[in-house]
Ligand binder design. Sequence first.
Ligand SMILES: NC(=O)c1ccc[n+]([C@@H]2O[C@H](COP(=O)([O-])OP(=O)(O)OC[C@H]3O[C@@H](n4cnc5c(N)ncnc54)[C@H](OP(=O)(O)O)[C@@H]3O)[C@@H](O)[C@H]2O)c1
Ligand SMILES: *[C@@H]1O[C@H](CO)[C@@H](O)[C@H](O)[C@H]1NC(C)=O
Length: 290
Amino acid sequence: MGLLRILGALLVGLGAWYFYSQDTFSEDMVRGKRVLVTGSSTGIGEQIAYDFARMGAHVVVTARREERLREVVQKCLDLGASSAQYVVADMSNLTSAQELVEETKTLLGGLDHLVLNHVGGAVSFGPFKGDMKAMMNSLTVNFLSYIELTISALEMLQESHGTIIVISSVAGRMPSPFSVWYSASKFALEGFYSSLRTELRLRKVDLPITVAVLGYIDTDSAVQIVGDRITMMASPKDECARAIVKGGVLRHREVFYPYWSTKIPLLFRDWVPEYFDHMIGRSYMVDKIL
Ligand SMILES: NC(=O)c1ccc[n+]([C@@H]2O[C@H](COP(=O)([O-])OP(=O)(O)OC[C@H]3O[C@@H](n4cnc5c(N)ncnc54)[C@H](OP(=O)(O)O)[C@@H]3O)[C@@H](O)[C@H]2O)c1
Ligand SMILES: *[C@@H]1O[C@H](CO)[C@@H](O)[C@H](O)[C@H]1NC(C)=O
């Protein structure tokens, strides 16, 4: 009986802590903030831009397709953005990445949230064939450009006490067969940003880094690439974007979305690696992939 009471009290305490620590977010935290979202012509990045727009932020969207960006800017304005503008840039060119930040500075006069989200570079899903060019391309678009953007924006972010929000994936934390080049670039991001986060803290630099660890999300490209070849269910991109924005604005170190298919499986990774590997294998319809 005594033990049950203690357990009960503990649970109530934990529940209350969870409730209050989660609920400190308010839209006022976003109004008037200056935000750059990369890869925002479609998918999760587009939804992130809309979420910031809805709460009255100044939004700059960027990707390669100008037509799409124009539509996204219009919708951001309709949703209530304080301002919305776009910059066309190709992140396979690191000079363009640098210039993108300079243009953002000209457009916004500073930056409060740098959202690194784009993904590209020969996106494919299938057996690793030793294509070195695809590997270099993926590392440039999905890793090095993130670093270049971060370096270029560092001073602005420090001035504004801003944050960096990095979109990663379970592919950055667990083995991801049939997308090894993608997984490698996400692991690289995780190494860089978790180390930088800790270093900045030790150097007493106030620049929090939020890493979003995502499961399978229902963007057009993801569904098209893996849809009928894995056994997982896709989660909604708008809810995903909301979780990312909330976690980033609240300066959380990580966001797991959806929680049950990211955080929970990852708990098993280091404890029971063989079983973990076996479970991963069961998500792939190998005969449909090969
Ligand atoms: N969807 C999922 O299941 C899932 C799961 C885990 C993690 N994630 C992560 O979530 C993020 C967004 O994914 P998503 O599914 O929303 O992707 P998406 O729909 O394919 O969108 C990718 C975005 O990146 C842009 N982009 C691609 N190549 C580019 C380049 N060379 N230069 C500049 N921009 C480029 C695209 O625009 P343009 O083509 O117009 O350039 C587009 O706006 C990525 O970091 C991804 O790794 C997604
Ligand atoms: C990269 O971008 C820069 C500046 O926009 C441009 O001068 C250069 O030609 C580009 N490089 C390639 C390989 O397209």
